[in-house]
Design a protein around this ligand. Structure first.
Ligand code: HEM
Length: 278
């Protein structure tokens, strides 16, 4: 058998002078010209690509979260669930991406760390937007983006709007549950504050999942997203510890100590509390 037989079939176009080709559609020239290390050190390419891959996935997460928020608002829970399930799968990719970066040793990183200056993932506006869409409202997190008005505007709009949890709680209310007005008509630019009343509502839902299946499923999708978010934070923190120990970050924070403080934060506190109450 001739294993080197041509794999081109008769209907496959080979002339792309007047046709859109793969690379044109995906704008690969632009995408692949963005990996341009500032040093000549071997590991900087890995460092850049892992960041780019994570930013691409964050882009998709934002796309899906915005879609989920809109669909919850319009009572299309099914479409929102599909998007949230996709977000969780993408988050798995983000979590395992740390395994690739972990192949970089502390000595490797030190060969090019200087070229980063003060640049740090702390200034990732996509990461901040995901946090905001999930409900983290800390106005100081918008400050590093003041110099880019179009980005700042986008962050600010999300900051002043309802999070996915606000829309989920409103949906629960439309299903006939008694939700306090302070939650339904709140100032969205503030963090959601733990509510005993809301906790009691989720408890009723979790005690009768068959009866309230849609809301029960919604709650579990949200917990899934938060769980993965925390796994990302944990793996980031451990990867950072593995690579720079307890040195300060390029962004000026205490480093690992700073990253650890995020592990205590929660987006959907009542959904975690309900597990103890059940
Ligand atoms: C050698 C690899 C890395 C090191 C040593 C590192 C280190 C740090 C440190 C120390 C911080 C705290 C802020 C600061 O002082 O800079 C931070 C924040 C952050 N990093 Fe990384 N990082 C690494 C890779 C990544 C990658 C691949 C991403 C993916 C996008 C990322 C995203 C972030 C984000 C989003 C924050 C903000 C976290 C928050 O505000 O809670 N980092 N990083």
């Amino acid at each position: 058998m001739d294993s080197n037989k041509s794999r081109v079939e008769k209907d496959m176009p080979l002339d792309f002078e007047k046709r859109m080709a793969y690379g044109d559609y995906l704008k690969l020239d632009r995408l692949l010209s963005a990996q341009s290390p500032l040093s000549d050190k071997q590991d900087e390419m890995l460092f850049i690509i892992v960041h780019h891959v994570q930013e691409l996935w964050l882009n998709l997460i934002i796309h899906e979260l915005e879609f989920a928020i809109g669909n919850l608002r319009n009572d299309n829970a099914g479409l929102a669930f599909k998007a949230l399930a996709r977000v969780s799968r993408v988050q798995e990719q983000l979590v395992t991406a740390w395994d690739v970066l972990s192949t970089m040793t502390p000595s490797d990183y030190l060969t090019f760390r200087d070229v980063l200056g003060q640049a740090s993932g702390f200034q990732s506006y996509q990461y901040r937007l995901v946090e905001i869409l999930l409900g983290a409202k800390d106005p100081r997190m918008l400050l590093p983006h003041k110099h880019r008005p179009e980005i700042h505007e986008k962050l600010e709009a999300a900051f002043n709007g309802p999070s996915i949890y606000d829309e989920a709680v409103a949906l629960v209310g439309r299903h006939g549950f008694d939700i306090p007005d302070s939650l339904l008509n709140r100032d969205y630019s503030q963090n959601h504050v733990f509510s005993d009343e809301l906790s009691a509502v989720w408890l009723r839902i979790y005690r009768a999942p068959d009866k309230h299946f849609e809301l029960y499923e919604l709650a579990e999708e949200l917990v899934d997203v938060e769980d993965h978010f925390q796994q990302w934070r944990f793996r980031h923190m451990k990867t950072v510890e593995r690579i720079i120990g307890h040195k300060k970050g390029t962004g000026g924070s205490s480093g690992v100590g700073f990253l650890k403080t995020a592990l205590d934060r929660t987006f959907f506190p009542e959904l975690w509390a309900v597990r103890t109450e059940l």
